[in-house]
Every structure is written in C-alpha cells, then in structure tokens.
Design a protein around this ligand. Structure first.
Ligand code: C2E
Ligand code: MG
Ligand code: MG
Length: 654
C-alpha cells in the first residue's frame, strides 16, 4: 500500500519536471517576444515548486507508514520468535503461560508450573485452567481470557485463587494479553503470586482486630460483634448481656511483680475466661486489665446471672506462675439488652459505669447497670480530675493526731492524717479520695508530698521550742516498692530529720499480696532506723505468728475492736489475746479510736499503754497541735478541759 502511493507520486513528479523542462527549451525558437519569455520562466518555476511539494509529501507519507507498521508489529509480538525469549521466559519472577486462542496451554515457565503445582513437561490440555478460580463472582477466568483476546480488553487484571491438586492453595493475580506464538495467535498469561502480600495483609488485618498479648479480639472487633449480636437479638427477639470484667488491684500487682509476670497473668486470665464462657459468647481484651464478654442469644435476661456467677467463681482458684500461686479477684459490670440501652455504644458505656460501681463497692463482685448509678460515678470522675490539681492548688493539708502513753503521760508520736479542702466540694475525707488516688496512681505523688511535709514538721517543732515528736505517716501498699528506701533516705537527709523520728504505718493488705518482696523492702527501711507499725490490725487476715516474719515495732488495734469493747465477750477475748501475744513478741500495742473512759480503762487493764483517739484529740491542724503541746494539754481528756472546747468542734468536722 505504502509502496504503491510512493510510485504514483514519484512518477507524477518526474512527469511534471520533464514537461516543464521541455517547454522551457523550445520556448525561444517558437516565440522571441520578451513578455512571453517571462511567462515561460514563471511556468517553469511553478513546475519546480509542484515537484518539491510532491517530494516532501511523499517523504512524510513514508515516515507515517513506517511508524504504523511498527505499531502493528508490536501489538502482536511473536513471543517465541524473540531471540531472548527463553531467557525472559525462565528468568521471570512471575509465572508465564502461553495459551492458544482455544485457551489450551502451549508453554509455561517453571514458576508457573510451581505455582499451579504441575509438572511443566506434562501439561495436559486444559489442566491449567482447572487450577485457577476467579475471586470476582462477576467473571470467570475463561471469560477474562476471552476478553483479553479482543482488540481493547477493558479488564487488565483478575484476582484468583490457585488450588493445586495436593490441596495447597494460594492467592494470585493474572493479567493476559494477545500474543503470537510460533506464528499463531495466542494469549500471554502472567501469574503473579500474591500469597506473601496476602500474608502480610492478613497479619495487618489480624493486628487491627486482635490483642497481640492474649490473641483475643480487641475493642474494634468487640464493638462490631456486639452491634451484630444486637441486630440478631432484634430478629430472634432474644436478649444480650455485655459484661466488662476488670481485675482488682491489677495495677499494683503489675508494678510490684513486674510487667512480665503481669502479662503472663493477663494471658492466664484470658484463657480462664475463654474456658468458662459458652461456645457462641464473644470475648475480647479491651485494654489493660479489662476484658469484655458478650452473652448473646439469651432467652431471658435472668439467664445471665448463673453465667456471671460461674465466671466470677473461676477466680477463686489461684493463677500459677512459675512456682507461685497468685490470687486475684475481679469486678464485673453488666448491661442488658434491650433493658438498658438501644445501641452497642450505650451498652458498653453502661456496663463500664456498672464496673466502676462494682470497684467502688470494694471489688470482687458483679454489678448490673442501673440508671441511678451515673450520679455517683460522675462524682467520682469529678473527684479524680480535681485530685490531680490538689497539690499544685495548695488544697492539701496535713493534720496531726497525738498518740499518748498513759503511764509516762507523754506524747509518744503524732499520726499525720491528710486533709483535702476543695473550694466546691468542701472538706473531703481521705477514705474517699485515697482509694481513688491508689487506683489512678496519684498516690505516689501525694504520698511523697505527705512524707516531705511530715519531716518538715520536725523543723517547725524546733522553731517552736517543743520537744521532738515522732511523726507517723500512712503508706499505701502502692508506695511500697524497691525505690522507697532510697526515697525516704533522701527526704530524711534533705530535711535533716533523724530516722527514729519517722514512723511508717502500713496495712495488712501489703503483707498479704506479695510478702517476700514486702519483707525485703521493709527490712531495708527498718535498718535505716525507721519505726514501722501495722495499722488497722485485725481487719485483714494476718495472724500474729505471721507478723513475726516482718520488722514490726508497733501494732495498732483497729478502731472497730475498740468500739466493740464491752459489747461481746468473744471480741474482748480476741483483744486480750492480741495484746498478750504482741507483748510476747516485743511489739508495742496502740489502741486507736479510743473515745470513752470505759475503752481507755479496758485497754489499760489488759496491758495496752498507748492510745490514740478523740478521747484526747481528733486530728487537728499543725498550729492547734503545737498550741496543745506548748500548753501541756495534749494528755488531758478532751471533754475535761475548757481550752479544748474549740478543738472539740473539730471532732464534729472529722
Ligand atoms: P487510719 O490511718 O487508721 O487513721 C485513723 C483514722 O481514724 C483517721 O481517719 C482518724 O481521724 C480516725 N480517728 C482517730 N481517732 C478516732 C476516734 O476516736 N473516733 C473516730 N470515729 N475516728 C477516729 P481519717 O483521718 O479520716 O483517715 C482515714 C484513713 O485514711 C486513715 O486511716 C488512713 O488509712 C488514710 N489516710 C489518711 N491520711 C493518709 C495519708 O497521708 N496517706 C495514706 N496512704 N493514707 C492516709
Ligand atoms: Mg494510720
Ligand atoms: Mg488505723
């Protein structure tokens, strides 16, 4: 086609040129007129220009034709004719298969054979296509290949699953294009193995929906499962229960035993929850020590109660880590559908409120959500936020309560008791805010502040020219860690207070949780010369013989026993036994919360010598305490002295 056009154009060019030249040569013999000669010149010029134009257009036509022919050639390559065909074929990272237009395999490389799980030497007709399945339900592999044979196929790639004869399957992608193979039309099929990509995708997907530590679903999946459970419940007219389970005092365990043990414990807890829930129930770790359980398809909302009881009871058994058995309780908050809320977020919020309430009530229980709960929980949240600023805003103050020896008529020590004066909430008792501080970790900052203030008191006593008095500071179990001995030492050094002027009050719960660790830390502190006393004795489970293992100097009999004096014989005999055994062990005994002369006499008769209570003084501000000391009024009973009247009012406030 191209050649034909060129021949016509070149012939036309030659004819025009020859005709022009001939006309020019014979013009003078025919006509010597000057005007005619000029006309002949112009005619020649016209022929030459026409020739040039014809020449140029011929060239352009040729170039276009060459380009066009190249395009048509590359569109359908004869793959097998390429000199480096074999090299490309075998070196490719992807599987390559050549099919004929009937979709029968002609050739395939090793990668393709491996992917398809066939021996390339024995490519049986149509065997290849039986191994490839489209993931897209709208198009089969066969349809995709047929489309690829069309001039402008729309679909470029197709996701497939390869299933080998041996059962192995993997995720891949194919692309197909028209090709030539040994002069015949065919299809070039490229298979890209996506199994690695899929694996990492699956991993990312897994992490997005699971907790890496326990392998349980995470909050994201839990929310989805709950939303689905509510949808199902609507259809089946059944109920759904959501339980949020938190471990009691887990933070403390985590800190005192280390995060590794904490993690192992969480895994064991997760397993135990799994083993004690029904098949269709969903479990998730929602973060920290909090787990979520969805009890779906409940015929009746009351059906949840035995399930919760069972779950809670499983925590009675200890968790074995290494050679140690750890006891840990749990609190559970429950909300019920359709009773409590209509959407999954509301259900979780309500279960969370119930969980907080369960913890507030002392933990180790399950609690159903009730609308009335929210107010107390809101108050708690408010207190928690405000407490964070209490030190900076100068809202904390320490009060002092004297401990008096009746025989020597001396103030043995003064207990430091914390007070929080809030501009809106007024005076908040430590029993209300210390547990919150213990739970959110603020207790360390607050405890350090109290310790420093208590030590600084000694300087105040010096300035006021009063005899130094030992100050007893309450320590929460969460403050007892390896760093504590050094911290105390530093405070004593900077405030220049001798160690025997400081007393540390601890509670039994500390000794119960991790006795071995507590013994080491307390011994170190005791060696510094610090006095250690056991507060609220009798409220926990520790026996006196158990106490022998600890460096305890003083035992404070809990106020509840003092209060019961004379009310029951059995209580009286317990008190007598405690005092006698403590004395036998060389431990001092203090009766705390002494309010009446009867109580004072009873304890005095039974051999107790040191007393603390409203009988002498409630906890009072530092200046009031200094005033009582300076005026020798501390050891006189509160009711008997007119000057103590003002102080009496403080009792009411306490
Ligand atoms: P606690 O250490 O057993 O302190 C004795 C509590 O009994 C004080 O309550 C005190 O005011 C009260 N009390 C003393 N004598 C009498 C009495 O004759 N009758 C009555 N009814 N009560 C009496 P408070 O000050 O409310 O402290 C309560 C608890 O808060 C303390 O019990 C202690 O466990 C904790 N606490 C107070 N200050 C601190 C602190 O700085 N750090 C820590 N970790 N805990 C503290
Ligand atoms: Mg105390
Ligand atoms: Mg006490």
């Amino acid at each position: 086609m191209r050649n034909k056009t060129s021949i016509i154009i070149v012939s036309a060019m030659a004819a025009v040129l020859l005709f022009g030249l001939a006309t020019y040569v014979i013009r003078g013999s025919i006509d010597a007129n000057l005007n005619n000669i000029l006309a002949y010149d112009l005619l020649l010029l016209f022929f030459i220009t026409l020739t040039v134009i014809l020449y140029l257009s011929n060239r352009k036509l040729n170039t276009l034709a060459v380009a066009k022919s190249q395009v048509t050639e590359t569109a359908v390559l004869d793959f097998s004719q390429k000199p480096n065909f074999n090299a490309i074929f075998e070196a490719s990272f992807d599987g390559i298969v050549i099919l004929d237009t009937q979709l029968q395999p002609l050739e395939l490389n090793q990668i393709a054979a491996d992917l398809l799980g066939i021996n390339s030497c024995h490519v049986v007709n149509d065997e290849i296509l039986t191994h490839i399945h489209s993931i897209d339900p709208k198009i089969t592999v066969q349809q995709f290949l047929e489309i690829s044979l069309q001039a402008n196929p729309l679909q470029q790639r197709l996701s497939i699953i390869i299933s080998q004869a041996n059962g192995f399957s993997c995720h891949a992608e194919i692309s197909a294009s028209k090709t030539k193979h040994k002069d015949k039309d065919g299809i070039l099929l490229v298979i890209k193995d996506l199994s690695e990509q899929k694996e990492s995708f699956d991993q990312v997907n897994y992490l997005a929906f699971h907790d890496p530590l326990t392998g349980q679903p995470n909050r994201v999946q839990f929310n989805q499962q709950l939303a689905e459970a509510l949808r199902q419940a609507d259809k089946s007219l059944r109920s759904v229960g959501v339980a949020l389970l938190g471990l009691d005092r887990f933070k403390h365990i985590n800190e005192s035993m280390g995060h590794v043990t904490g993690d192992v414990l969480l895994k064991l807890v997760s397993q135990r929850i799994s083993n004690n829930t029904r098949r269709g129930d969903h479990i998730a770790r929602l973060g920290g020590d909090e787990f979520g359980i969805i009890y779906s398809e409940l015929a009746d909302i009351n059906d949840i109660s035995p399930l919760l009881k069972k779950l809670k009871n499983t925590f009675k058994e200890p968790f074995e880590i290494g050679n140690q058995a750890y006891y840990i309780n749990c609190s559970i908050g429950v909300s019920l559908y359709p009773l409590d809320h209509i959407d999954f977020e509301g259900m979780i919020r309500n279960a969370d409120t119930a969980l907080l309430e369960a913890k507030k009530l002392g933990g180790d229980r399950y609690q159903y959500y009730s609308a009335a709960m929210s107010t107390s929980v809101k108050e708690r949240v408010y207190i928690e936020n405000e407490l964070r600023h209490a030190i900076n805003r100068n809202q904390l103050e320490i009060y002092l309560q004297p401990q008096i020896s009746l025989t020597s008529r001396e103030v043995i020590a003064a207990e430091v008791l914390l007070r929080w004066h809030h501009p809106i909430l007024g005076s908040i008792t430590p029993s209300k805010f210390i547990p919150i501080a213990e739970e959110n970790g603020l207790i360390e900052e607050i405890g350090n502040w109290v310790l420093r203030k208590a030590c600084e008191l000694q300087n105040k006593f010096k300035q006021e020219n009063i005899v130094p008095i030992r100050v007893a500071v309450n320590f929460s179990p969460r403050q007892i860690n390896k760093k504590l001995p050094i911290l105390i030492k530093n405070v004593l050094n900077t405030t220049r207070v001798p160690p025997n002027m400081l007393e540390m009050e601890i509670t039994e719960s500390l000794l119960m949780e991790n006795p071995e660790k507590a013994i080491d830390i307390l011994n170190e502190i005791h060696k510094l010369g610090i006095h250690i006393s056991m507060d609220d004795f009798g409220t926990g489970y520790s026996s006196l013989s158990y106490l022998k293992r600890f460096p305890i100097d003083t035992l404070k009999i809990d106020r509840s026993f003092v209060n019961d004096v004379g009310k029951s014989d059995s209580d009286n005999s317990i008190i007598i036994a405690i005092i006698q055994m403590a004395k036998g062990l060389g431990i001092e005994v203090i009766a705390e919360g002494v309010e009446t002369t009867e109580q004072l006499h009873f304890f005095g008769q039974k051999g107790c010598d040191i007393f603390q209570g409203y009988y002498f003084s409630p906890p009072i501000p530092i200046d009031a305490f200094v005033y009582l000391i300076k005026n020798g009024l501390v050891t006189t009973p509160l009711f008997s002295h007119p000057s103590k009247r003002k102080i009496k009012n403080l009792v009411r406030q306490n």
